[in-house]
Design a protein around this ligand. Structure first.
Ligand SMILES: NC(=O)c1ccc[n+]([C@@H]2O[C@H](COP(=O)([O-])OP(=O)(O)OC[C@H]3O[C@@H](n4cnc5c(N)ncnc54)[C@H](OP(=O)(O)O)[C@@H]3O)[C@@H](O)[C@H]2O)c1
Length: 237
């Protein structure tokens, strides 16, 4: 994997930082995307050799353009940056909050992916991984044995529907980009800064990162347009 280059958005903390750490361990050079320079630099210092700070606010067009100009070639893009809502049902969801969540979790993924496509097209084996959520799975929200049923299922409507939209985009990118592998990950509940429920979960972010890294390093005969749970099993869309 030496000589290959990756960009992980929102890599200064949580699952993104663990993805960066494991990609470095596999021998890649990693651009550590971070909207806050100080937080990003702290992560780069912790991650060590091969990690490079890339200032990148995924919701800011100028920031995206400046970052893309610094990265002429790229093998792996991990769209990891994401934000949570406060668990509201759709009946309590105001449009300001809905737009804020979609801005980062959906619109920014399109903006960042498209900006880095020229760099990815220079790769012999381009890979895109989207960090989604099992809570965005409509299959796990309905049907005979839903993981997220009507008692809990309507909560976090903004966040969860943003991940449903992200899943759709993952499929459409995979179907559009010949020669690419484009897959989504459901990380499971992990102890990160995302929200209090995640923070208190005790889930190891590194375990989720490992699945993202597997998809980032897929061989040319690997799957595309897939939605994989952290343990490598296929998740329902
Ligand atoms: N933790 C879980 O249980 C869980 C479960 C399912 C899915 N996920 C997904 O996993 C991904 C990573 O989240 P996490 O759990 O690792 O939480 P986290 O520790 O809060 O990490 C989120 C990262 O995204 C960054 N970010 C947010 N908005 C950004 C922006 N506009 N520009 C650039 N970076 C931005 C954050 O930067 P700052 O530090 O500057 O805020 C942070 O580095 C997210 O997509 C999340 O939805 C997490």
């Amino acid at each position: 994997m030496h000589g290959r280059t990756a960009l992980v958005t929102g890599a200064n903390s949580g699952i993104g930082k663990e993805i960066a750490r494991q990609l470095l361990g596999a021998g890649l050079t990693v651009h550590v995307g971070a909207r806050d320079r100080a937080r990003g630099q702290a992560a780069v210092d912790e991650l060590g050799e091969g990690a490079h700070l890339l200032p990148l606010d995924v919701t800011d067009e100028q920031s995206i353009a400046a970052a893309a100009a610094q990265v002429p070639e790229l093998d792996v893009l991990v769209n990891n940056a994401g934000v949570s809502d406060a668990g509201q049902a759709p009946t309590e969801t105001d449009l300001h909050m809905l737009r804020r969540v979609y801005e980062t979790n959906v619109f920014a993924v399109v903006a960042v992916t498209n900006a880095f496509l020229p760099a990815l097209r220079r790769s012999a084996s381009p890979r895109i991984v989207t960090i989604s959520s099992g809570t965005g799975s409509l299959g796990w929200s309905t049907g005979p044995n839903p993981q997220f049923d009507h008692r809990t299922g309507g909560r976090a409507a903004a966040y969860r529907s943003s991940k449903t939209a992200l899943n759709a985009l993952t499929v459409f990118y995979a179907q559009t980009l010949d020669g690419f592998k484009v897959n989504a990950v459901a990380p499971g509940l992990r102890a990160t800064n995302l929200n209090p429920r995640a923070a208190e979960s005790g889930g190891d972010p590194a375990e989720a990162a490992a699945q993202a890294v597997r998809l980032a390093l897929l061989p040319d005969d690997g799957p595309t347009a897939g939605f994989f749970s952290w343990d490598g099993t296929l998740a329902p869309w």
